[in-house]
Ligand binder design. Sequence first.
Ligand code: BMP
Length: 214
Amino acid sequence: MALKRENGIILALDVDTREKALEITREAAEFVDAIKVGYPLVLNTDLSIIGELKKFQKPIIADFKVADIPIVGQRICEAAKGAGADFVIVHGFVGEDVVKACSNASKIFVVAEMSHPGALDFMAKDAESIVEIARKHAFGIVAPATRPERIRELRAASGADLKIISPGVKAQGASVGDAIRAGADFEIIGRGIYGAREPKKAAEEFSKSARSAY
Ligand code: BMP
């Protein structure tokens, strides 16, 4: 399923049970453009949760942050795609051979620079080089909403073709809309939605703020 920007936000579904995942998605789906499923949910349930979430008619991004040798990375991406994922998130620091192998199996997003403070220890200095690799093989990159100035720089490095999805909004400190104003296409929000007292209302408000930023 294609990823289209209608709400400007992606739901990070880091909950621990199938019931909670379905309940939150039922409430938030109409206000998000994709659902990102990662290890917390898949390891607490199983891979079939991806197929189950497809009934909400939104693209599914499997956030497996693949960081392995090329053949194993490719097999992880094949498994995610086989389960119904439309995109897989892959690390870029592992090198072009891994990114290329993964892109043979699935459409991918490449992590350029992460949103947490520790990303400055190692990742940030190589992010522009990672973007160069992503330009050859990926649909998009992951860049930090917590550092809008870096989104501007990574957008300049990536050109207009790569989609930028950006985590770090609400719970990690960035405000909704900042990453989009700096050049991101979508903002990723997890706890701000699934941790809200009224997830539906939260998703609706965030999508309104995100839309007003583009
Ligand atoms: P939250 O909005 O609850 O902080 O969740 C952010 C989501 O984005 C999580 O699923 C996390 O794994 C992911 N993420 C991130 O926070 N920073 C990154 O650099 C890359 C991510 O994938």
